[in-house]
Design a protein around this ligand. Structure first.
Ligand code: UT7
Length: 328
């Protein structure tokens, strides 16, 4: 019998209505449209408003995926959510999404891996499918970065936005789906991209409740250097391990942190620009949301059998790449 692989069989994405443009940010911090566009590639991002919460977007993703695939939410075995900005510290956002979407037979949990959250979650879901433990796993990646961003800090507020996406994983015995994955962490990088206050190492209290340490801190230049080296490196490694050249790869789906990091990765992979999914201009860096949002926007262009490389780098440090033979 052929090996069972985990194939993506449906995708969906969703972003909040409200836009935060570069012109809006010019009024909030000392920055300008030209600098943001040339240094990052971003023109605008979406942010939540009016009490919008992650689990509502997540439930919408689950319902849409089930509709597209013609299945009932009761058939879903697991929901895995990659995020650092879930509804609560606990219970997990997966629990809440299972409830709100009617996936009453599913279990699941959240995965914390910052910008690599979707990739770490996807390869986690892959294991449950390949072993036969689960037949239908929904993997969601998303973040409400606006909930942890300091809109007085121009080093971070210009980059991040809110957005969500998800995929359905099902078993495949015809060779489609996830072929290979490389996942990496380096905890020594934690000091360069971190939310210092709010965890048990530094609990929120009356002394720090108004300090900037409750927001995302990023040493941009250092993170940038590591991102270029590792995202490009892991993408080249997964190609080499699977004997793929730039000509063999149909699509790169890169984490959307900075257009210059994406360009460096594509160059290292010897890919032409048309093969690279880029929507950073519209959404900015939605952390765990970037990769599934790209898959959703490019779904119509993806063809069965396409060689697709997903690649990310983020806080932790965390990074990785997944090679998929597209299944539909
Ligand atoms: O997704 C998770 C991982 N995160 C990333 O991958 C992000 C990686 N880092 C980056 O994308 C970039 O480092 C940033 C976009 C955050 C910053 O770009 P940069 O080219 O590294 O800028 P920089 O921090 O080196 O600053 C260059 C100059 C400085 O001015 P001087 O000292 O040269 O006069 C900054 O003060 O640009 C200035 N600057 C700004 N100017 C206008 C920094 N931020 C801004 C700003 N608007 N928002």
């Amino acid at each position: 019998m052929n090996k069972t692989t985990a194939a993506i069989t449906a995708v969906h994405g969703v972003v909040p209505e409200k836009k935060l443009t570069n012109a809006d940010l010019e009024k909030m911090v000392d920055t300008n449209d030209e600098w943001i566009k040339s240094r990052t590639g971003i023109s605008e991002r979406r942010i939540v408003s009016g009490g919008e919460v992650f689990s509502d977007f997540g439930a919408e993703i689950v319902k849409n995926i089930c509709e597209k695939r013609g299945i009932d939410p009761l058939e879903i075995d697991m929901i895995i959510v990659g995020t650092i900005t879930g509804d609560y510290k606990f219970p997990s956002t997966s629990n809440v999404i299972c409830d709100k979407s009617g996936a009453k037979n599913a279990w699941g949990y959240d995965v914390s891996a910052a910008c690599s959250g979707f990739l770490f979650s996807l390869t986690t879901g892959q294991q449950f499918i390949e072993t036969g433990f689960a037949k239908k796993v929904i993997v969601i990646g998303g973040d409400i970065m606006s909930s942890i961003i300091n809109y007085k800090d121009r080093a971070t507020c210009i980059i991040f936005g809110d957005g969500f996406g998800g995929v359905l994983l099902e078993p495949n015995t015809d060779g489609f789906g996830i072929q290979d994955a490389i996942m990496k962490v380096d905890g020594a990088g934690r000091e360069f991209l971190i939310q210092k206050v709010g965890g048990s190492a530094n609990i929120l209290n009356e002394d720090n409740v108004n300090s900037d340490d409750r927001y995302v801190y990023q040493e941009g230049k250092t993170v940038f250097k590591h991102a270029v080296k590792n995202m490009a490196g892991v993408s080249a490694d997964i190609m080499e391990r699977n004997n793929l050249t730039g000509d063999d790869v149909d699509w790169l789906v890169p984490h959307q942190a900075n257009l210059r990091i994406i360009d460096a990765t594509a160059k290292r992979m010897e890919l032409s620009k048309e093969k690279v999914m880029i929507n950073i201009e519209k959404y900015g860096n939605t952390t765990s949301g970037t990769i599934p949002l790209c898959l959703w926007e490019w779904e119509d262009k993806l063809k069965k059998g396409d060689n697709v490389i997903l690649s990310a780098f983020g806080g932790g440090f965390t990074w990785g790449a997944i090679y998929i033979k597209w299944g539909y």
